[in-house]
Design a binder for this molecule. Sequence first.
Ligand SMILES: *[C@@H]1O[C@H](CO)[C@@H](O)[C@H](O)[C@H]1NC(C)=O
Ligand SMILES: *[C@@H]1O[C@H](CO)[C@@H](O)[C@H](O)[C@H]1NC(C)=O
Length: 247
Amino acid sequence: MKCLLLLLLLTFLLAHETGADDIIGGKESRPHSRPYMAFLEMKLGNEWDYCGGFLIRSDFVMTAAHCVGDPITVILGAHNIRKPEETWQILKVRHQFRHPEYNAERLLNDIMLLKLEKKANMTTAVGTLPLPSTFNSVLPENECLAAGWGRTGPKPPGSDTLQEVELTLMNPSDCKDFGYFDVRSQLCVGNPNLRKAVFRGDSGGPLVCSGVAQGIVSRGNNNTKPPSVFTRIAYYNFWINQILKAN
Ligand SMILES: *[C@@H]1O[C@H](CO)[C@@H](O)[C@H](O)[C@H]1NC(C)=O
Ligand SMILES: *[C@@H]1O[C@H](CO)[C@@H](O)[C@H](O)[C@H]1NC(C)=O
């Protein structure tokens, strides 16, 4: 079984109201308009799996701790992941910094930093995403953006091209069915009251609010309905800064 929990949410309008099967709220990203996005290929046993991630420094990628594998290869500057382009930068991971209190069973502290073997070149297709400052907080009803190459149906493979969707930040109480929801270290994301269908995207991808990375795709429901749980990045600022400074 795949241990990845893949989730991104797309909103569908009722087909009979629109007269078409338009997907509302989720779409293919304009190529290279999200230059911080990283595609992670991970070797686990004899299999390869994949996750999303995002560049936070020229030599550091952030992702989810449950993206398990060794080695991990990072592809930056990609849009269609099956169509190599000159914008691509393929880098090996030198060291994986999984959060020391990562709890795989409850998916708590689901955050990991990947030190790349060398610096990525900053280009129009490759750039970093800012992290939240310590006192910055995101509030329910904020609209944020998630992106990924995740599956668009129950079976692999994922989407060839990067997809993105706008998601609403919810109140913690909307995630009470998850059992282990921790308001300090997690975000509850995606309006459960709208008619929605789930788009499966890569774990480890960012939740971007006003141009800042506030969350990491962590955990979904097994009934494919929103909301889902994201790691709250600001809670980990001290740990993140320690590692970035020392490496
Ligand atoms: C960055 O650019 C230099 C010079 O063009 C090149 O040698 C190097 O391989 C590039 N780095 C990556 C990660 O692609
Ligand atoms: C997953 O599905 C099972 C069986 O339908 C259900 O009992 C359980 O509560 C579900 N878990 C979540 C997190 O939705």
